[in-house]
Design a protein around this ligand. Structure first.
Ligand SMILES: Nc1ncnc2c1ncn2[C@@H]1O[C@H](COP(=O)(O)OP(=O)(O)OP(=O)(O)O)[C@@H](O)[C@H]1O
Ligand SMILES: [Mg+2]
Length: 339
């Protein structure tokens, strides 16, 4: 799996003397302490993360934890005072942080598309014109552009509003226009800053599903910001959890669920439904007596529950029985989901 985006010990400070804040930040000071002592605002500190090709990584954390700031460093909208972000293009690693204006423009045009928390749409233009904006910049001919735009609009459920002006749409609809615009470009890297947060729950769930399906086809490299853990667990191949500008844990949803690295993370995952995260492997016990059929070790717990009929199920891989799953073990695990 090749690397596509590398965050290499990225620190971002807002203020006129950003370097003044670094020693305190290195010593572990929090945002309030840094502000008090130096008048500078800690954006993010010492964040390292590698995003692989075709992977969806979710930056997740409470408001103010630094998610947007870290994301914006990928297309050069936020400037690290130390460390750097690199974007890989084949064998070439391009430092976004140290790129000249021309390189940055090229990256933004060809490699990286962004869906903003505020969508950055042109309100006086039509929906279709907004969705096609990136394609227009790329110099793609009208006919092909129109086709791709229609297709994206269908996906986000706005085909019948193609000719409406964006200003006439609701906030949620505008967000879907922003989403369609990002997907219409062929940029291999998509940055999405809470693209679904203003949507009502039904449309939100639908777009999350759409994104999963699209992603399975297109295999873009996506960095997705969310403060909603269920959304993060649903979308993320991996999740980086942020607190006070620092990445406090990164791993697969299952890693994070089963081994939260701190009380902060544990508090987050305590709200999760374990059925969506755990799998047969997590609840199996040593084999004991006969079993009633077999399931693979990575079968989600919700599915395991469906198959349990009172008798134990074998958990087997390559014809080898690894353990048994019993109703009693599942219920015990659900009662005490972590450990
Ligand atoms: N341009 C700026 N100038 C000064 N401070 C900023 C700037 N942008 C962000 N910050 C500060 O940096 C910290 C991290 O902000 P950021 O927007 O990255 O958080 P976030 O995790 O995206 O939060 P939210 O979920 O509310 O969007 C906050 O304390 C914020 O006030
Ligand atoms: Mg944000």
């Amino acid at each position: 799996m090749s690397d596509v985006v590398t965050f290499d010990r990225v620190s971002i400070v807002f203020g006129d003397r950003p370097t003044d804040a670094l020693p305190l930040m290195d010593a572990g000071a929090n945002r309030a302490e840094v502000a008090e002592a130096t008048g500078q605002i800690l954006g993010v500190h010492d964040c390292s993360l590698t995003v692989h090709e075709g992977e969806m990584v979710v930056l997740m954390g409470l408001s103010g934890s630094g998610k947007s700031t870290l994301l914006r460093a990928v297309n050069g909208l936020a400037h690290p005072v130390r460390g750097e972000v690199r974007v890989h293009d084949g064998d070439e690693a391009i430092s976004v942080t140290h790129a000249d204006a021309r390189t940055l423009r090229r990256l933004r045009r060809n490699r990286i598309a962004m869906v903003f928390q505020q969508f950055g749409l042109l309100p006086w233009r039509s929906v279709a014109e907004n969705v096609g904006l990136g394609l227009e910049f790329e110099g793609i001919q009208w006919r092909e552009r129109d086709e791709r735009v229609r297709h994206q609009l269908e996906i986000v459920g706005l085909a019948d509003r193609a000719d409406a002006r964006v200003a006439e749409l609701s906030g949620g609809m505008q967000q879907r226009v922003g989403l369609a615009r990002a997907f219409a470009t062929e940029a291999p890297i998509l940055l999405m800053d809470e693209p679904f947060s203003a949507l009502d729950p039904l449309i939100r769930t639908r777009l999350q599903d759409e994104l999963c399906v699209l992603q399975r086809q297109l295999r873009r490299t996506v960095i997705f910001v969310s403060h909603d853990l269920d959304e993060a667990f649903k979308l993320g191949d991996r999740i980086a959890i942020m607190d006070g500008g620092r990445i406090v844990q990164q791993g697969t949803p299952r890693d994070i669920f089963t081994r939260p690295a701190s009380d902060y993370v544990a508090d987050f995952v305590a709200q999760m439904n374990p059925l969506g995260v755990l799998c047969a492997r997590d609840v199996m016990t040593p084999p004991d007596g006969p079993a009633d059929g077999a399931v693979p070790p990575d079968l989600p717990l919700a599915e395991v529950m469906n198959r349990l009929r009172g008798r134990p199920l074998a958990v087997a891989e390559d014809g080898r029985v690894l353990g048994h799953v019993t109703e009693r073990a599942v219920l015990a695990r659900l009662a005490a989901p972590r450990g």
